[in-house]
Design a protein. Structure first.
Length: 208
């Protein structure tokens, strides 16, 4: 059975960069944001429940009506709980099936900004937090999303703060733009391999 790691961190922390590095090093990573979007269109249970909750127009033309969904989702915390109660269990089940399909891998990962908030920590053996100073994260997100500072700051405030995430993290990877990432990711794999007595496959990436 593969060892499962959860990769989390605030907006602009660089979770995707770490996930890509892990992929290069032979660790497949389930990108929950992408898979959730796929399931919200393809999963018949989710479609049925969202249609019952929001009406048939949520799938007008066979496509997910994202503005309608977002309007309801961010309307109140209760609305968010309703949507999450429909979607998150299906994502968990999809992740479990995905893990089974990658049984040949010693380590697999799941990347999720809300790993802890969504209760996904129970699906993994170790939580990896990708950390960057808040101002660095804000500037990255502004550039990446071509968004306003006000909107990005609002998204930052809506997420669990970094100090709280640190309390739940088994490993912290610093992605502040100055600390080299590759040695940290290699160190993570080495630590996991030693802890769980897994075979560590050498890669062509140097650790210096």
């Amino acid at each position: 059975m593969a060892i499962k790691i959860g990769i989390t961190g605030g907006i602009g922390s660089g979770k995707s960069v770490v996930s890509r590095l892990l992929g290069v090093l032979g660790v497949p990573v389930y990108i929950s944001d992408l898979e959730t979007k796929r399931l919200m269109v393809s999963d018949s249970f989710i479609r049925k429940e969202l249609s019952s909750l929001l009406g048939a127009e949520v799938y007008a033309g066979g496509m997910l009506n994202k503005p309608l969904l977002a309007s309801y989702l961010f309307g109140s915390p209760e609305h968010a709980k309703e949507i999450n109660g429909i979607v998150h269990p299906r994502v968990k089940e999809d992740f479990r099936q995905w893990v089974q399909c990658h049984a040949a891998s010693s380590i697999v990962g799941i990347e999720s900004a809300i790993l802890l908030e969504a209760g996904f920590a129970g699906e993994v053996d170790a939580v990896v937090m990708v950390y960057a100073p808040e101002e660095v994260r804000i500037l990255r997100a502004i550039r990446r999303d071509a968004s306003s500072r006000e909107l990005i700051e609002r998204r930052v405030r809506s997420q669990m703060n970094d100090e709280e995430k640190r309390k739940h993290a088994d490993f912290v990877i610093v992605n502040d733009g100055e600390t080299p990432l590759i040695p940290q990711v290699l160190g993570l794999i080495t630590s996991l391999s030693k802890k769980y007595r897994l075979p560590f496959k050498k890669t062509g990436i140097a650790s210096t």
